[in-house]
Design a protein around this ligand. Structure first.
Ligand SMILES: [Zn+2]
Ligand SMILES: [Zn+2]
Length: 267
C-alpha cells in the first residue's frame, strides 16, 4: 500500500533540480499517484543564491509551468501548487509578502539555516566539526517551533533534517520533539514523512520512527513527500513511508487546497 499523494517536489528553477514539471507528473502517474504538488524553493529572503532558490522575478514562470502541467494531466492527475519557504527569523514579513503572491494550495515550511549557517548544505558541512551537536539540535527544534508559530506555513518539512550527514546528539531530544509536536498541534500545521532522508548519508526517513510517533500521539496531521529534485524520485519509497505511518498509529493523512485541509484519506 502507498499514499495517493506526493506534496514535495521541485523544478529546475531552484538551480539544483532537474526535469520539467511534466516529467515529474508523468513519473507520478507511473507510480500510481493520483495527486501531486510542486513545492519548489521560494526566493530566499535574506540573500540570493542561484543554486538554492529561484529568483523573485521567476515566480510567475513557476506558476505558468505548473499550470501547463495541470492542463496536460487533467483529469488523470491532480496537480496542486505549493511552495517550500525557509523560516528566517527577522524576515517573517518579507516571507509573508512573497507567499501572498499566489493562492497556493499549501506552503511547506523548512528550517535549512541556523543563524547564517546552511547546516544541511554539503558546501557548509565542515562547520559541523566545530559545533556542539546537542546545541545545534536544540537550536534546530527551537527554530522549528518558531516556524510553526509564525503562521506562515501549512506543512513542516523534514523535521529532523539536522541528522542529514549522520551527526547525532548525545543527549536525548525526546523532550524537544514533544514540545515541538505540541506547538505543531496548537498551530494547526501538518508534519510530513519525507522519504529523501533515505537517499542522504543518514539513510533514514525524515523523521525517524520514534519521532514520528511523538507527532502522531500529539495529534499532528500527516502529509507525504518525496522531496524529489529528479522526476524519477517522485513517490520513491512511498510503500515504506506508508508502512511507517501505519506502524506508529496514523489512521489518516491529509490533502490541501487553498491552504486548508481539503480531505482526509484513511490509512
Ligand atoms: Zn532543494
Ligand atoms: Zn524540498
Amino acid at each position: 500500500m502507498r499514499p495517493i499523494s506526493d506534496y514535495h517536489m521541485h523544478t529546475p528553477l531552484c538551480g539544483h533540480a532537474t526535469g520539467e514539471p511534466a516529467e515529474y507528473a508523468r513519473h507520478a502517474v507511473k507510480m500510481g499517484l493520483s495527486e501531486i504538488g510542486f513545492s519548489d524553493h521560494a526566493p530566499l529572503v535574506a540573500y540570493f543564491d542561484p543554486k538554492v532558490s529561484m529568483r523573485l522575478d521567476q515566480l510567475p514562470l513557476y506558476y505558468r509551468m505548473i499550470e501547463k502541467a495541470q492542463t496536460e494531466f487533467k483529469p488523470q492527475l491532480t496537480i496542486k501548487v505549493g511552495i517550500e519557504a525557509d523560516f528566517i527569523p527577522g524576515y517573517e514579513n518579507k516571507t509573508k509578502e512573497i507567499l501572498a503572491d499566489y493562492p497556493y494550495d499549501y506552503v511547506i515550511g523548512s528550517v535549512h539555516f541556523i543563524d547564517d549557517w546552511g547546516f544541511d548544505n554539503p558546501e557548509e558541512r565542515k562547520k559541523w566539526e566545530k559545533e556542539n551537536i546537542d546545541k545545534v539540535y536544540r537550536k534546530y527544534y527551537e527554530l522549528l517551533r518558531r516556524s510553526a508559530q509564525s503562521g506562515l506555513f501549512d506543512i513542516m518539512a523534514h523535521v529532523d533534517l539536522v541528522k542529514k550527514f549522520g551527526h547525532r546528539s548525545t543527549e536525548s531530544m525526546a523532550e524537544e520533539v514533544k514540545k515541538t509536536a505540541k506547538v505543531f498541534k496548537e498551530c494547526g500545521v501538518a508534519v510530513e514523512i519525507n522519504t529523501s532522508g533515505l537517499r542522504k548519508p543518514v539513510k533514514e526517513m525524515y523523521p525517524e520512527k520514534s519521532l514520528l510517533q511523538i507527532y502522531q500521539q500529539a495529534g499532528v496531521p500527516l502529509a507525504f513527500g518525496s522531496d524529489a529534485h529528479d522526476p524519477l524520485d517522485v513517490g520513491k519509497d512511498f510503500d515504506k513511508a506508508y508502512a511507517l505511518a501505519r506502524e506508529v498509529g496514523y489512521g489518516e493523512y491529509v490533502l490541501f487546497k487553498k491552504r486548508k485541509i481539503e480531505r482526509k484519506i484513511k490509512i
